[in-house]
Design a protein. Structure first.
Length: 451
C-alpha cells in the first residue's frame, strides 16, 4: 500500500507528484474567516464544511446509506441510494430516482426529479459552497442560494463552485471572437461579471489569490480579486501553498521552489522538493532532496523535521503520514508537534482527513475491505463492509483540499492534461490518499472510462 504521490495534471489541485492517478476530485477552501454564511468552529478544510456532527455511513443489512452521529449510532435511517456530506446545513441524498436536500433532522427541504437541475461531474456537484450550489438546466449552468432560488440563471457554458472571496469561475464564449472560442473569468454572488472572461483557464480564489493560465499549463500567473496580476504570467507551474507563498516548477523538471505573492523567488526549484499546502493551520508539508517529508511554518521554519515518506495536510490538528518500515508502508496519525498518536492497522489507508473529530479509513483484510470511522486516538465508532454490489461513488464526505481547479468540465479536462492547482484527492471532498489498489476499488463505482 502506498499513498498516491503523482498528481494528475489539473481537481485538489498540482504539483504534488504522486505515484498513481486519482479519479475523485474535490473542491475546497476557507481560511481563518468564515465567508458567505457557513459557520465554522475551526479553520475549514472545505468550503462546504460545517459543524453538523453527522457522517454518511452504509448499512450492510439494508444495503442503503444513512447518517451516524459521533457515537456511531445511525440517527438518520439508512434508506438512501446515495448520500453526500452535510454542507452549509444541508445534505444531498438520492432515493428512488429523486434528489433531495435534507436538514440534520432528516427532513426534506427541497426535491427535484433526476439529475438535470443539479450539477454532477466527477462528484463535484450537489454540495453547497459558501451557501451556493451549481445548477444545470438545458445544458447551461448557474447558481442557486440556500433558499433554492436562482441567483445566477443557467446561462454559462460552465460555472465553478463559489469561493471564499465571493467569486466563482465561469466559462463562456469570448466576446468579439470567432464563434466557439471560449475563455474563463469570474462572477460574483449577484451574477455580475467581476473579472471578464479573458483567461484560457482559471482556478478558484483562495485567500484572495487565483491562478490563471494561458493556452498552455506552463503559462501561469496570479491575480487578485480586482483582476490585477500580482505575479505576472511565466513559463512555470504554480500552486498556492499558504502564507502568500506559491510553489513553482519550471520546464517540467521534477522539483519545486517558492515564490511570494509579489513574484519574488524565495527558493529555487530543487530535485525531489515538493509542497503539501497548509489547510487547518500554518503547517506546510515539504520534502527535501532526499525525498523525506516534514512540515514548515509560513516563515519557512521547520516545525516537524524531515522523517516521513509522505504526508497529508493537517485537519483539525491531526495529519496522516506514511513511513516505510521494512517492506511495508505504515500510515500513522500525528499531532502538530509531530508526535504519533495512532498507527493504522497494516494495509490501511485514510479516506478523509478529520472532520468534526472523525476520519474515515479503509482496512484491507484477507476477505474484504472494511470502512471505519475513527477518532484521532484510533477508536472505531462505526464500521461497514464494502458491499459486493456496485455502490454509488462518493460514499463519504470529501473533506477537500483548499487549492483546486474550478468545478467545471473544461477545468477538469485541463487537469487531465496539465492541471494547475491540485493537491490530489483524499476521497471525500478532499485529498485522497490513494494506492493503485484503492483506485481499482473505486473505478467501477465512479467512472469505468477514466484511466
Amino acid at each position: 500500500m502506498t499513498f498516491n504521490k503523482r498528481c494528475i495534471i489539473n481537481h485538489k489541485a498540482t504539483y504534488l507528484f504522486m505515484k498513481h492517478s486519482v479519479t475523485i476530485l474535490l473542491i475546497s477552501g476557507l481560511f481563518a474567516l468564515v465567508f458567505m454564511g457557513c459557520k465554522n468552529e475551526v479553520i475549514s478544510t472545505d468550503p462546504t464544511h460545517d459543524t453538523t456532527k453527522l457522517w454518511p455511513a452504509f448499512d450492510n443489512t439494508t444495503e442503503k446509506w444513512g447518517y451516524i452521529n459521533e457515537k456511531g449510532k445511525m440517527v438518520i435511517p439508512a434508506q438512501y441510494d446515495e448520500v453526500h456530506g452535510f454542507s452549509c446545513g444541508y445534505a444531498c441524498v438520492h432515493k428512488d430516482g429523486q434528489i433531495h436536500y435534507i436538514d440534520p433532522s432528516g427532513a426534506i427541504q427541497a426535491s427535484m426529479e433526476g439529475n438535470e437541475d443539479f450539477y454532477y461531474f466527477y462528484n463535484l456537484g450537489y454540495d453547497f459552497h459558501y451557501d451556493y450550489v451549481v445548477v444545470k438546466k438545458d445544458d447551461k449552468y448557474g447558481l442557486m442560494n440556500k433558499k433554492f432560488e436562482y441567483v445566477v440563471q443557467p446561462s454559462y457554458l460552465e460555472v465553478g463552485n463559489m469561493s471564499s472571496s465571493g467569486l466563482a469561475v465561469v466559462r463562456d464564449y469570448r466576446k468579439n471572437a470567432d464563434q466557439g472560442t471560449t475563455a474563463s473569468g469570474y462572477i460574483n454572488t449577484k451574477g455580475e461579471i467581476a473579472i471578464p472572461c479573458r483567461y484560457d483557464y482559471a482556478l478558484p480564489f483562495v485567500d484572495g489569490y487565483a491562478i490563471v493560465m494561458g493556452d498552455t499549463r506552463h503559462d501561469c500567473g496570479v491575480i487578485n480579486t480586482s483582476g490585477e496580476y500580482v505575479i505576472n504570467p511565466g513559463e512555470y507551474y504554480l500552486s498556492y501553498v499558504g502564507g502568500e507563498m506559491f510553489a513553482f516548477q519550471r520546464n517540467n523538471n521534477y522539483g519545486f521552489g517558492l515564490l511570494n505573492s509579489k513574484g519574488e523567488i524565495l527558493s529555487d526549484p530543487a530535485a525531489n522538493v515538493e509542497y503539501e499546502p497548509a489547510v487547518d493551520n500554518e503547517l506546510i508539508g515539504v520534502s527535501n532532496t532526499q525525498e523525506k517529508f516534514g512540515y514548515m511554518d509560513f516563515s519557512r521554519n521547520m516545525k516537524i523535521d524531515y522523517q516521513f515518506d509522505y504526508v497529508m495536510p493537517f485537519y483539525e490538528g491531526y495529519a496522516f503520514v506514511e513511513v516505510e518500515e521494512g517492506d511495508e508502508d505504515i500510515v500513522k496519525v500525528i499531532d502538530t508537534k509531530g508526535k504519533v498518536v495512532y498507527t493504522l492497522p497494516l494495509w490501511s489507508e485514510p479516506e478523509t482527513g478529520f472532520h468534526n473529530g472523525l476520519a474515515l479509513i479503509v482496512v484491507e483484510t484477507d476477505d474484504d475491505y472494511r470502512y471505519r470511522y475513527i477518532t484521532p486516538q484510533g477508536e472505531t465508532v462505526y464500521e461497514w463492509k464494502e458491499p459486493d454490489i456496485d455502490i454509488p461513488c462518493s460514499p463519504v464526505r470529501k473533506l477537500s483540499e483548499r487549492y483546486t481547479m474550478a468545478g467545471t468540465e473544461q477545468a477538469l479536462h485541463a487537469s487531465e492534461t496539465g492541471r494547475m492547482n491540485s493537491m490530489e484527492e483524499f476521497t471525500a471532498q478532499t485529498k485522497h490518499f490513494s494506492s493503485a489498489r484503492h483506485e481499482r476499488r473505486h473505478k467501477h463505482a465512479c467512472d469505468p472510462g477514466i484511466d
